[in-house]
Write a protein that binds this ligand. Structure first.
Ligand code: TRP
Ligand code: SF4
Length: 328
């Protein structure tokens, strides 16, 4: 028997992963693999809640997301890596949880209202979208997870998960632990335009970007907005390029750039060029592995299949207990 704490987390397959995803969530998952009993999945049904009108990319994105995960360092020998829609038990538990979840809990959910406003080009007045957190609760408690590594934006969903688990246990006897959110530190790096890095803002650097892409995108990055002329002193503490240096460049270079920038001894063009080369070096092994897995699609499919089988074995066991508890 494993004594490691079980954790579960998922990502919606919405496109290639970028540096914001890597430093925001993925690197955290990778680090947790040794100390936790990890279940990580691709939430393709959740992608459908907002993209039901255009589902055409979800399958491809799912495959590519697994490629990015493996290349970045998620390891199928250490973690159970799987695809949500392959474990039908998630849907069955979702249905049963929907019987006991009061609708006002869902309508009150702050992310629900925010998302409906933010994604106003899509009609999200669907039952599925309202029920998004119920499906998420099912994803988590079906594995009897104790922790859920997520960003701060997901905290309301984990809170709802706890409430749903508590209500289930109250009504039918204790089956589920109440999982805790394990907060992921927010990534300090921003997109090339200094907004949050996001595929839809067109400001992202992807794990799969070529060295040429990286140099081009770096060249366009906004630096200290107060530094207009080469002779102006700069402030690295407000410069996104400097945040990148801190992640990718050797410590002695970072230590040198700080005073050189403040004393206008280095120009932004040169500073960016240096950073770009270190970022290229940092991403080279990941990009190489992405290439490898793109050329070995069968291997990726096999990994998803094996992981899904492992997840299903656990989910099936839980559902047997659940059916027993609800006398169905
Ligand atoms: N809602 C999560 C997000 O948008 C994705 C997700 C679905 C998830 N099911 C989950 C995260 C279960 C953690 C646990 O990021
Ligand atoms: Fe940023 Fe470097 Fe320019 Fe300073 S010199 S403002 S750290 S890009």
């Amino acid at each position: 028997m494993s004594v490691k704490k079980r954790i579960v987390s998922g990502m919606r397959p919405t496109g290639a992963l970028h540096l914001g995803n890597l430093h925001g969530a993925l690197q955290n998952w990778i680090n947790m693999q040794t100390d936790y009993d990890c279940f990580f999945f691709i939430a393709d049904w959740h992608a459908l809640t907002s993209d039901y009108e255009n589902p055409g990319n979800i399958k491809n994105y799912t495959h590519n997301m697994m490629v990015d995960w493996l290349a970045a360092g998620l390891d199928p020998e250490k973690s159970v890596l799987f695809v949500q829609s392959r474990i039908k038990e998630h849907a069955e538990l979702f249905l049963l949880l929907s019987m006991i979840t009061p609708v006002p809990w869902l309508e009150r959910n702050p992310t629900y209202k925010e998302q409906i406003e933010a994604l106003n080009s899509k009609d999200l007045s669907t039952f599925g979208f309202l029920g998004y957190p119920v499906l998420q609760a099912a994803d988590i408690i079906i594995y009897k997870a104790e922790g859920v590594p997520v960003g701060i934006d997901q905290v309301p969903h984990i809170e709802l998960t706890r409430e749903i688990a508590r209500r289930f246990n109250y009504l039918y006897g204790r089956v589920f632990p109440e999982p805790e959110a394990l907060l992921t530190e927010i990534s300090k790096i921003l997109g090339t335009d200094r907004r949050k890095m996001s595929k839809s803002y067109n400001n992202a650097i992807f794990l799969s970007d070529s060295p040429e892409d990286i140099r081009l995108k770096t060249g366009r990055m906004i630096t200290d907005p107060q530094r207009i002329k080469r002779s102006d002193p700069g402030d690295p503490s407000v410069c996104n390029v400097f945040s990148f240096h801190q992640l990718y460049s050797p410590a002695d270079l970072v230590a040198q750039i700080d005073p050189d920038c403040r004393g206008a001894k280095i120009g932004c063009v040169e500073c960016k060029k240096k950073m770009a080369e270190h970022l290229v070096t940092y991403l080279a092994p990941i990009r190489e592995k992405i290439q490898y897995f793109k050329n070995h699609a069968d291997q990726v499919d096999q990994i998803m299949e094996n992981g899904s089988n492992k997840a299903r074995a656990v989910a099936t066991q839980s559902l047997a207990e659940v059916r027993d508890a609800v006398k169905i």
